[in-house]
Design a protein around this ligand. Structure first.
Ligand code: ATP
Ligand code: MG
Length: 579
């Protein structure tokens, strides 16, 4: 592959958030910030953070959170921290940290200063835990996990106090220090906040602050064998960093009272947690845990399989950061969870690629066409427009000859009504070339059409006939002797069900996978695609947008179908079938 900047590749991300992310259309989070700016609540500061757990690759749902956090801060001249919420040593890896940084930058954002880690605060969190013990607000509990759950009660019944709840401060300090020193096995003790076992909100029923876990951490190694729980780490991390608006998804709404209890009990700076709706998309699973399962079970080729909703996957597929940002802006934020149509995301991808992608001709399912009256051995160069949306993209020459390939779909021996492409006796326009009329088809022994024959009208060069004759269809082609052999990977949704998370009894989400999510086609490409650079984006005329995959080899490009064009004929056919 050449090392040129890919055609139509997105611009490199600048240091500041791209201007179109400014949330000009207001939403309730922005309104809260506007209000705080008016009242001077944080002295005019806006400081947000994006806090991924490095236990998987980011997905399109995270993009919504990223655009919101970075977009709002950028709009108000504020800052956004990237903070890895790495309190869970068993599932976290450096590979994920690296991919997350790459994805955030790719989306067009740059965080404030260095990336931060909750694990940077382990010592401070430990000291704060000791402080709460000293103030009689935390205790070491010897109940097992099951017992803790059992004592917790339910939504309708209050919990029961742990028999260890009233240990003396001295005993708690001693036990916690020994937990820290590694004296006790995993799961044998926890440190719990002493709040209220009868609280309506279950999160306030003496939540666990620390657990014992003799596990190596991707950054702190074996320094710690006790780890803080998410709730004990998150708000305090926000506080340490001076975050003003801690924007998270709705499932944390019930955790907010605990977030506030900790910062208040510790008497430290108090950021404001605000919850918004999680992105759900039809035909798509947005859960790192389930996506990991697909990777581990080999159902996809990896985290960056172009069918995956990960940012790595959709980047490889050819989605652009601009399209994703436009999509995130269009869906807005609210206080109720819903599901967005995948079609809306695809719409934004088409809108963006329509502007930037160079048009080329490629035949995915080739059918040979012989033009019987075309002079033997002649080759003509036809001028083709690179991008009708962008005059500066200019034109190119495409070789034409007497033997071509067209799409199998563009010929029907027995054309149905409203089918205006080639069929015996029918004349159509070959894009940028000539009018041709089909004379007959050649079939193999099993009766399949293997080749068709046509005649051309030499006077129609360029695509118009001097006598003003009209044709109803224009089809694309590739000259057989000049064609570059390539591979096209044609994707459909990874899941066959609009709600893949919904499973029948005895089944799991893997049963909802779409068996036809990948078709590999040996395709014929116009010669200009021989040196197409990895990542380059094209519109294959009449077919869709395609992006050069990194599996390409010199002279053998591999293309991912990013998104199909809206195919009017397919829609007619579907409608007819539905009748
Ligand atoms: P997953 O369930 O996919 O593992 P998560 O919420 O556990 O996601 P985190 O790494 O904790 O993943 O997420 C980092 C940030 O991204 C959080 O603030 C979280 O609320 C947000 N986020 C995650 N998924 C979505 C989503 N689908 N829509 C919007 N924001 C999301
Ligand atoms: Mg999480």
């Amino acid at each position: 592959m050449s090392e040129n900047k890919p055609d139509g590749a997105p611009d490199a991300a600048g240091p500041n958030a791209p201007p179109e992310t400014a949330t000009t259309q207001s939403n309730f989070v922005r309104d809260i910030i506007l209000d705080d700016l008016k009242t001077g609540k944080y002295g005019g500061r806006v400081h947000t953070r994006f806090p991924p757990e490095p236990n998987g690759y980011l997905h399109i749902g995270h993009a919504k959170s990223i655009c919101l956090n970075f977009g709002l801060a950028a709009e108000f001249g504020g800052k956004t921290n990237l903070r890895f919420d790495d309190t869970n040593p068993e599932k976290e890896e450096t590979e994920y940290v690296d991919s997350i940084m790459e994805n955030v930058r790719w989306l067009g954002f740059q965080w404030e200063g260095k990336p931060l880690y909750a694990s940077d605060y382990f010592q401070q969190l430990y000291d704060w835990a000791v402080q709460l013990i000293q103030e009689g607000k935390a205790y070491v509990c010897d109940l097992t996990g099951d017992e803790v759950r059992h004592y917790r009660g339910t939504l309708t019944e209050p919990g029961k106090e742990s028999p260890y709840r009233n240990r003396s401060v001295g005993e708690n300090l001693d036990l916690f220090e020994r937990m820290h020193a590694g004296e006790f096995p995993d799961g044998s003790r926890t440190l719990r906040a002493k709040i209220d076992m009868a609280a309506k909100n279950l999160n306030l029923r003496d939540p666990i602050m620390y657990r014992i876990l003799h596990a190596e951490h991707h950054r702190t190694g074996n320094q710690w064998c006790i780890y803080p729980m998410y709730d004990f780490a998150h708000g305090q991390s926000d506080s340490i960093e001076g975050i003003t608006h801690s924007i998270c998804t709705l499932e944390f709404e019930d955790h907010r009272p605990l977030y506030e209890w900790y910062v208040e009990a510790l008497g430290i700076y108090h950021p404001q947690q605000i919850e918004f709706d999680r992105l759900n998309l039809t035909y798509t699973l947005l859960s790192k845990r389930k996506l990991l399962q697909l990777v581990q079970d080999g159902r996809v080729s990896g985290w960056d399989d172009p069918r995956m909703p990960t940012l790595a996957g959709i980047k490889r597929r050819g989605y652009t950061p601009e399209a994703i940002r436009a999509f995130c802006k269009s869906i807005g934020v609210s206080k109720t969870n819903g599901t967005i149509e995948l079609g809306l995301l695809e719409h934004h991808v088409r809108e963006d690629l329509n502007r930037r992608a160079r048009r080329v001709m490629a035949v995915l399912h080739p059918l040979k066409v012989v033009i019987d009256n075309y002079p033997e051995g002649q080759v003509e160069e036809m001028e083709a427009i690179n991008n009708p949306e962008d005059a500066s993209a200019g034109t190119r020459q495409v070789p034409f000859s007497g033997v071509l390939y067209i799409e199998q779909d563009d010929f029907r021996e027995d054309p149905p009504k409203q089918y205006f492409r080639l069929s015996p006796g029918r004349e159509v326009r070959l894009r940028y070339a000539y009018f041709v009329t089909c004379t007959h088809a050649v079939k193999n022994e099993s009766g399949e059409v293997v080749e068709i024959h046509c005649t051309y009208d030499p006077a129609s060069k360029g695509g118009n006939s001097p006598d003003g004759r009209k044709v109803k269809s224009t089809i694309h082609w590739v000259s057989a002797q000049h064609a570059v052999e390539g591979e096209a990977r044609i994707y459909e949704t990874l899941f066959a069900k609009a709600d893949p998370g919904k499973v029948e009894e005895g089944q799991d989400v893997l049963d909802n996978l779409n068996p036809n999510s990948l078709e590999v086609a040996a395709c014929k490409l116009e010669p200009s695609l021989a040196g197409a650079a990895e990542g380059a984006l094209y519109q294959f005329e009449r077919l869709g947008y395609f992006c050069v995959d990194h599996d390409s080899a010199p002279g053998k490009p591999v293309f991912n179908r990013t998104v199909a064009l809206r195919d009017t004929w397919a829609r007619i056919e579907k409608r007819e079938k539905g009748k």
